[in-house]
Design a protein around this ligand. Sequence first.
Ligand code: PMP
Length: 401
Amino acid sequence: MDNLESYYQSRFAARTQRIQASTIREILKLTTQPGFISFAGGLPAADLFPIERIAEATQRILQAHGAQALQYSTTEGYLPLREWVAGRMPGATPEHVQIVSGSQQGLDLIGKVFIDPGSKVLVEAPTYLGALSAFNPYEPEYISVGMDEEGLQLDELEAALKAHHFKFMYVLPTFQNPSGRLMGLERRKAIVELARKYQTPILEDDAYAELYFSGKPLPTLYALDQELGGGNVVYLSTSSKTLAPGLRVAWVVGPKPVIQKIVYAKQGADLHTPTLNQMLVYELVRDGEWFQAQIGKIRHTYQTRRTWMLEALQKYMPEDIGWIVPEGGMFFWLTAPAQLDSLELLKQAVEEKMAFVPGQPFYADGSGKNTLRLSYSSASHEQIAEGIKRLGRAVHKMLGR
Ligand code: PMP
């Protein structure tokens, strides 16, 4: 056993080849140096975590229901929390709701339940990198569909739906990670209709559902599908962006046959989501007034940080760098001229002591080399102004100006 590397290499499953450390992760390790400004991590703002409220609620739960909170519980999840989730989804009952340990686990379980090697999965270009990581071990074949300002391009989508048999299409209609795009109402309706026409289930990832800066939330694809009879959307959302991601409490809402399989898959994965955390999330959200105020604080803070970043981009970026101004969520998405490779730009930016995430890994088809993602959710005004100034210097250098 002197060469552990090859000893284990020959024993790992073939699919494990698909689970790789990324170059970007290696580069981003440097960002912990003092004085470094990173817009790379998509971290919710820790200054808004309701720490005292969580401490009080934990006390209350442990005093009143300590044994229950610390005992094993059902795989499906804590019933009052499932009822609360179902109450927010048209046509859903608790039987349509599965509590999961983060929507990330929901993505993994859905991959496990749906994807065989070579199964086709339709994804947006770009799409959430974490979903690709969750699905990859199940060895799908991705078909990427391009996007415009409003979301998935309908003609391209229809051509793909006509040409292939998909296990499902994975869609992020609200403040997409990474691009920050908000899919408009007409586009939502059209996509739900097309999916039904071509009998392709939709997996709707709605992690940023609550993070609107202004205006009225648009109906979910799940709700629009319900109006047409339902049964074609599996919906995912989470408490990570409104309460705290460390609690790992999220939910899948979907047709009963799907939920049933997810229950069995989850049983094998972790039996259930931590009971105390589920009870805690319920204890927090059931006070609707408090929960709305908490979301209000997050919206206001992110909107302010978004505006600081917009002002800095307008000041420091050359004219040929484009971006989508996000109306919610946590991210700016930048598009540079085709010759600018954002992985090379990241190396230059790290020299300037700033970091972002290059866009290419968010594309299942390997395109998007000239794109990048900036997160403003956790940054101060000073960090944003200085960080974007540094990015501007790196961009100018790369473009030879
Ligand atoms: N989906 C999307 C689109 C996300 O951005 C994230 C968090 N980065 C997740 C799912 C996973 O979130 P969680 O597991 O914390 O619910």
